[in-house]
Design a protein around this ligand. Structure first.
Ligand code: ACM
Ligand code: ZN
Length: 522
């Protein structure tokens, strides 16, 4: 079976269906755009221009609106004389079209276009099937993001979580605070691990998305049924913001956009009333740019050292009668949650920024290393949750640390009580980019993990899928993107992990490239 992620049900039928010059297309008006995309894909694959017709006939591809099909789901029924696609919504029809492209292998040139006949019934296991992309540690612009969106949509992923603000860079135009990009989008150097050393290389790195860029990305994503979820981290991971506007830090002094990775002690001052307005102003512009249901407010890794020594923060604690600074962070989170709720948005935060008393309106994204216990408890206690465990869904680490098969075998419902299963919205793979400085490494680390993620999020069938994966590899070759062809066989390796942290952060990719060069010589 060539469809990836694996369909919920696929029955092989007798015979095969061939698309030829006599094949026509008949479609419900709601699905016209999608049928057009299919026709264009056929044309780019072998030059054939399929004609539309407005009545049912033989040798036809038929896109039907069928009420009652699950949301985002679809059916494909192929007989010798007719191929019928049915769905109740556009997303479902779009995913059926993606499955057809895979069945007919429309991503590579072919003389004949045929598939063995199938009856397919398919729908997603989870409504939230996401990929996170950090464009702060290294900036990736519109063209790269469009490629990521294409790849995501082909395997039925539907959320792109864009990490826009961190210690090492602020990456989106905000008109009210121009220094956020004038100062915050430029850093003087970056930490690297190379030649057996970890050091800061004093080479400037910069970049940000303009409002026009965001509009282009959001429109492109929407055509592919992908919601782009912006993340503004609060109160930690804000050095690039605080270097631009130091008056919102506790000390009033934040010298520069951070060059090292890791965790900074400089966080947003919680005792300064103006901090709150400042963040609301930024959120206003973000809400205008991103028409998403969700906004991510970060909340992870926020050390309280500065708050402890800040008279304003200490006074705020006393005024609110809190006895620890985690409560103050929670107060801040709830402040912005109410603000965003009024703007019609839902909030996601990393699980370590959420307390048991945090409003249940806040969705938890579970990542915390070593144990997902806290996240599992949050879901069992009634909180909507997205699963991104560090040792499974962090695609920025080498395959020798997080093997492809480990991602593929992940069960997001493990440990979740029956009554709480509906609290698991889904899964998300993350691509932090401290050690991903270019597209080559980005795609190497992403592919084929994206396919494993899609299988976990869409089908929930966690077994290996060799034939379909070969189809994806052919697609990657056609796009000219790097991918790890040996990933399905790769196991955890302590040597690779050590090398990544201490010797050469790009060592696994370098090894892959020299292996590939040898294969090509043979
Ligand atoms: C995280 O990886 N700090 C959410
Ligand atoms: Zn303070």
């Amino acid at each position: 079976m060539r469809i990836l992620p694996r369909p919920q049900k696929a029955e092989r039928l007798a015979g095969q269906f061939t698309i030829d010059a006599q094949t026509t297309v008949f479609c419900h008006p709601d699905f016209q755009d999608i049928a057009n995309q299919f026709v264009a894909q056929v044309q780019s694959c072998n030059g054939l221009v399929l004609q539309f017709c407005d009545n049912v006939e033989e040798n036809q591809i038929h896109f039907v609106l069928e009420e009652g099909t699950p949301l985002e789901g679809y059916k494909i029924n192929i007989s010798q004389t007719c191929l019928t696609v049915s769905a109740s919504d556009k997303a479902g029809c779009f995913y059926a079209m993606q499955s057809l492209c895979q069945l007919f292998d429309l991503f590579a040139p072919h003389e004949t276009l045929s598939t063995v006949n199938y009856y397919v019934e398919d729908y997603p296991k989870f409504a939230y099937r996401g990929l996170h992309l950090d464009i702060c540690r290294h900036f990736f612009g519109v063209q790269t993001i469009k490629k990521v969106l294409d790849l995501m949509s082909e395997v039925k992923l539907n959320k792109l979580h864009l990490h826009l603000s961190d210690d090492q860079g602020f990456r989106v135009q905000i008109d009210k605070y121009p220094l956020l990009t004038e100062v915050g989008s430029v850093r003087a150097g970056s930490e690297v691990v190379r030649d057996g050393k970890r050091f800061v290389e004093e080479v400037s790195h910069s970049g940000y998305l303009t409002k026009a860029d965001v509009a282009e990305i959001v429109a492109y994503a929407s055509q592919r049924h992908i919601e782009v979820i912006p993340e503004l981290e609060i109160p930690g991971h804000m050095v690039a913001i605080l270097a631009s506007y130091p008056e919102f830090s506790c000390t009033g002094k934040v010298a520069e956009v951070r060059k090292n990775w890791g965790i900074s002690k400089d966080i947003l001052c919680a005792g300064n009333e103006e901090s709150y307005q400042f963040v609301c102003d930024i959120l206003d512009e973000i809400c205008d740019m991103f028409p998403s249901e969700y906004i991510h407010l970060g909340g992870d890794e926020a050390p309280k050292d500065r708050w402890c020594n800040c008279p304003k923060c200490v006074e705020k604690m006393a005024e609110l009668k809190f006895d620890n600074f985690a409560q103050l962070q929670n107060y801040m989170l709830e402040f912005f949650v109410s603000y965003l709720t009024q703007a019609g948005k839902k909030v996601i935060a990393w699980n370590d920024g959420i307390l048991p008393q945090t409003s249940l309106d806040v969705v938890s994204q579970v990542w915390k290393p070593f144990t997902t216990k806290q996240g599992i408890k949050q879901a069992n206690d009634g909180r909507k949750t997205i699963m991104s465990p560090f040792f499974t869904m962090y695609f920025d680490y080498p395959y020798g640390m997080t093997p492809f098969k480990k991602t593929l075998k992940f069960n997001p419902l493990k440990g979740i009580k029956k009554h709480a299963r509906e609290n698991i919205l889904g899964v998300e793979g993350t691509l932090w980019t401290e050690y991903i400085a270019d597209e080559e490494k980005l795609f190497f680390n992403m592919l084929p993990r994206l396919d494993a993620l899609a299988n976990v999020g869409w089908s929930g069938i966690r077994t290996y899928f060799g034939e379909a994966l070969q189809g994806r590899f052919a697609r990657y070759d056609q796009l000219g993107v790097t991918y790890n062809v040996r990933a399905p066989k790769q196991k955890r390796s302590l040597r690779t992990i050590r090398k990544f942290f201490k010797v050469d952060a790009n060592g696994e990719l370098a090894k892959h490239k020299s292996w590939l060069a040898k294969q090509l010589e043979k």
